[in-house]
Ligand binder design. Structure first.
Ligand code: ZN
Ligand code: ZN
Length: 706
């Protein structure tokens, strides 16, 4: 971009069109002054235009906020050249939303620096549904601070400040950012090999490949630069486009460049949407997620807790949570046996050497707890079960006739997660995996991966998760990160090709995850969407060519030669604790009857019917149904309320009319009632609903339903 033309254009824009798009008269004047039309392609269509910039080209539609020129996302002020291929980007498209959110982050940072003069800027990228910005400030931000910052954002937004891109040299950038030590650090990283793109998570919004740019926030009337930031852009043409829907959500600490060795900065999270309705909907989604938070529900429903005296990331499961956990375990144990797995069991600690053999040391050292002294040597808590299964494999000679040989166990593993990342049951230090290892010949590997994927998907469906995509995690192929993975290029390619092929066959969406593999091989993970559309990583299957050779695993092939098997790791729930947490949120604590800690609660209308209700409960108990009768002294209506807050799937009511006719009444969620159902029929309906593992709420029978 030529700096002088940009100066001319900018001064016209500030003088004439505060909204950031040119007034029509001005455009006419410009084209009259310069009649040199150019031919460009607009959304794939060749056009002769006099527009000098994307802003002029798309001046008619204020929803177009940036443009893609020759495949690169640019500001609307970008100057067009003959032969350019130009596409409009609307504010509601993914790229448009990202630009909106990053622009909102700039406005927030400007507001913060007005309010806290000491604030030094960290980075401020867009993220899913919003943005954040990190600041070095003396005092953390309080909720009151956020309100004040939000208020001063209104002023900035309404004033319609223009975002203006300016290319600078490295030395100019250093001079302009002299008071921003973190920006100077990012600039210094752009000088070295590999540039600044990897400098910090999110730092690519500031610096990266190509020229260094600063974005000025320019007052539309005075033309004065009121704030600026080192930034790659692009940005909205002006701040007014943020006005419809933005909010600051919360603040918290975050280490500069994600490392504990660096200073702790204060991060403010915000959100921005093209319309107010979308902002409201987003806030409702957040509120719904809070309503479903398994940590809160776990306490309210007496399922599990996180005692401080035991330690962070070490949950205890209470009797009611224990019922759900046992149902999950019973299910998965039975399924594994049906799918050809043999049940095994291994210790929780072992000699440290075992993990050197497997490669977990040093490759997974960060995830393991420190060693303990025992018998003049070091022992370790296990972080994975595979090394122990390998010991079972090599406990005797194996023949090709035994393959696939499949071991399964509920293996509790221990991971040294930093206390900052622990979260309820979904990120813990003690994980019980429904862990399996299939030992196969190389030829059998694709079929075994297919078999495991099918198993995993059907398991998730049985638990009511039906919306999935797959992720294919591969190793990092560049730089020193490559050294975190063991094995040759050929081995990785071969293993990845097998997983990719089988994943594609499912017809599910397949998303690449470069760098996400385990050190010993690539992985497919099933990402399941919950009831409110959030994605959780559930089952995983990994192809491992490393551990068999490190452990010297062998089998005798049909031709009498000795061969090395391939090992396929798989966990279906992933972690039982985590799955329990996810299920709690998916069902908002209202578990399907087959999983519910209490499946039926009997509420006699008055004390006179206690015995009658007990008889019905006994009949259900005889079928293995988990049933309770509320004999308490509360009034009937209070008992019904209690049963529904405890989210018991079946509420049975018995009163005079029921007792007279050998019947019972159902009370369903949403207060629907079905009266006078013969007891045997009621029992049969409940038993069938549970036995069939129906995940939907019980409903009135068709005759009774309106
Ligand atoms: Zn920026
Ligand atoms: Zn494993």
């Amino acid at each position: 971009m030529c700096p002088c033309t940009s100066t001319v254009r900018n001064s016209m824009r500030t003088g004439g069109a505060p909204s950031g798009t040119l007034a029509p008269e001005l455009r006419r004047l410009m084209s009259a002054a310069d009649s040199s039309a150019i031919v460009i392609s607009v959304s794939g269509e060749e056009r002769e235009v006099t527009a000098k910039t994307a802003a002029e080209l798309f001046a008619d539609d204020p929803k177009i906020v940036v443009a893609r020129v020759n495949g690169v996302l640019v500001d609307l002020s970008h100057e067009l050249s003959a032969g350019d291929s130009v596409e409009p980007v609307f504010i509601h498209e993914p790229d448009g939303l990202n630009v909106l959110r990053h622009s909102a982050a700039h406005v927030m940072a400007q507001a913060v620096q007005e309010y806290r003069k000491d604030a030094k800027l960290g980075i401020g990228p867009y993220i899913t549904d919003g943005f954040y910005f990190d600041f070095d400030v003396a005092e953390p931000f309080t909720p009151e601070d956020l309100k004040k910052i939000e208020k001063s954002m209104i002023k900035i937004i309404k004033s319609g400040q223009l975002f203006r891109r300016r290319v600078v040299t490295h030395d100019e950038a250093v001079a302009e950012m002299a008071n921003e030590p973190y920006k100077l650090e990012l600039l210094s990283l752009t000088q070295g090999p590999g540039s600044g793109a990897d400098a910090a998570e999110g730092a690519s919004v500031e610096v990266g490949e190509g020229e260094i740019t600063i974005y000025d926030n320019v007052h539309p009337k005075t033309g004065e630069t009121v704030w600026k930031d080192l930034c790659r852009g692009p940005h909205l043409p002006n701040t007014k486009l943020i006005a419809n829907g933005y909010a600051l959500m919360r603040a918290g600490g975050a280490y500069w460049r994600g490392s504990e060795k660096n200073p702790m900065l204060q991060r403010i999270y915000g959100t921005a949407w093209p319309t107010k309705d979308e902002l409201v909907a987003y806030k409702e989604r957040i509120a719904e997620a809070e309503r479903r938070d398994h940590r809160r529900l776990g306490r309210e429903l007496d399922l599990f807790s996180f005692p401080k005296n035991i330690g962070p990331g070490l949950p205890v499961i209470h009797p009611k949570g224990g019922v759900i956990k046992r149902e999950m375990e019973d299910y998965v144990r039975t399924r594994h046996i049906q799918e050809g797995f043999q049940y095994v069991s291994t210790p929780h600690i072992s000699k440290e050497d075992l993990f050197y053999t497997s490669g977990h040391l040093p490759y997974y050292a960060d995830g393991m707890f420190p060693p303990m002294e025992l018998d003049n040597g070091h022992y370790r808590l296990k972080a994975m079960n595979c090394p122990m299964h390998n010991e079972i494999y090599r406990s005797r000679g194996r023949s090709y006739r035994e393959l696939p040989l499949r071991f399964f166990e509920f293996g509790t593993v221990y991971r040294d997660e930093k206390s900052g990342v622990l979260q309820g049951l979904t990120r813990v230090r003690m994980i019980t995996q429904d862990d399996s290892h299939s030992y196969v010949t190389k030829e059998q590997a694709p079929d075994e991966v297919r078999h495991l994927l099918k198993f995993m998907l059907s398991l998730l469906e049985d638990f009511g998760m039906t919306d999935f995509y797959l992720e294919l995690s591969t190793r990092d192929t560049e730089g020193d990160k490559k050294d975190k993975f063991i094995g040759t290029d050929e081995q990785w390619e071969e293993a990845t090709a097998v997983l990719e092929q089988v994943a594609k066959e499912t017809g599910l969406e397949l998303v690449p995850d470069p760098g996400g593999a385990a050190f010993y091989g690539p992985k497919i993970s099933v990402q399941a969407k919950d009831a409110i559309g959030r994605t959780w990583q559930m089952s995983t299957v990994q192809y491992d060519f490393n551990q068999p050779s490190r452990f010297g695993l062998e089998y005798q092939a049909a031709d009498g030669t000795v061969q090395e098997p391939v090992m396929i790791h798989s966990a279906k729930f992933g972690s039982i604790e985590r799955f329990l947490g996810v299920l709690t949120e998916h069902y908002a604590g209202a578990f399907p009857a087959w999983l519910a800690p209490v499946q039926v609660i009997g509420v006699p209308v008055a004390e006179a019917f206690n015995d009658y209700m007990t008889e019905i409960a006994d009949k259900l108990r005889a079928h293995g149904v988990r049933v309770e009768v509320d004999y308490g002294s509360d009034r009937f209506t209070k008992k019904i309320r209690t049963a529904s807050t405890e989210k018991v799937p079946f509420i049975l009511i018995a009163g005079g009319e029921d007792a007279e006719h050998g019947a019972v009444s159902f009370r369903f969620r949403g207060n629907k009632q079905e009266n006078g159902v013969p007891v045997d029929e009621a029992v049969a309906r409940i038993v069938e609903h549970i036995r069939n593992r129906v995940n939907e709420d019980p409903k009135p029978s068709t005759e009774a339903a309106e």
